[in-house]
Ligand binder design. Structure first.
Ligand code: FE
Length: 189
């Protein structure tokens, strides 16, 4: 009888143990779900308006751009062209020239990467929960081509409280007053 009790009770304790682990990880996820921006998280998107083969991306992008935009790499802090750049204008995706951020939302976060408190158009950005490197972060991608831009954090300034931490190499810049046909990425293509 004692053996039977142990046999019946064992799966319950195993389940309870797993449940405890799940509960411990839930608060962080809940914070994400309560955030107005992160409720737009779409981790299932696979088809982008601009889709190219890996070979085509390698041809069009510089090695640094390819490593960040297509391989989700990160440029070294304080090395990017737009980290300390505060000219008036707007920032575009280096891969597909989509307008992403305005200089009006750029601020100096002293973190080593260009930082913005909001995107120019929320539809231009895709959000994906990123579990890489033992952390839970929200990855920011170009919604048109799927290029990796960086991450967004909840430690930004007013009015949004958000910090879009973006790789310079993922961006191009269009100076205020420039004609739209002057759009080009960092690679000059
Ligand atoms: Fe893009």
């Amino acid at each position: 009888m004692k053996l039977l009790w142990i046999t019946l009770a064992l799966p319950f304790f195993v389940f309870a143990s797993c449940k405890q682990t799940m509960v411990e990880t839930l608060p962080e996820i809940t914070v994400y779900k309560n955030n107005a921006t992160y409720t737009a998280v779409d981790s299932g998107k696979t088809n982008y308006e601009i889709t190219k083969t890996d070979e085509e991306w390698r041809k069009e992008l510089s090695p640094e751009q390819y490593q960040v935009l297509r391989n989700k790499g990160t440029e070294r802090p304080h090395t990017g062209e737009y980290d300390e750049h505060f000219e008036k204008g707007y920032y575009i995706c280096a891969a597909c020239s989509t307008k992403l951020f305005s200089s009006n939302t750029k601020f100096d976060a002293h973190c080593g990467w260009p930082s913005f408190f909001a995107p120019e158009d929320s539809a231009a950005i895709e959000y994906v929960i990123d579990y890489a490197h033992g952390m839970v972060r929200t990855e920011v991608l170009c919604a048109k081509c799927g290029g990796h831009l960086g991450h967004v954090f909840d430690d930004g300034p007013n009015p949004t409280g958000q910090r879009y931490c973006i790789n310079s190499v993922s961006l191009g810049f269009v100076k205020e007053g420039s004609a739209p046909d002057s759009l080009k990425n960092n690679n000059g293509k």
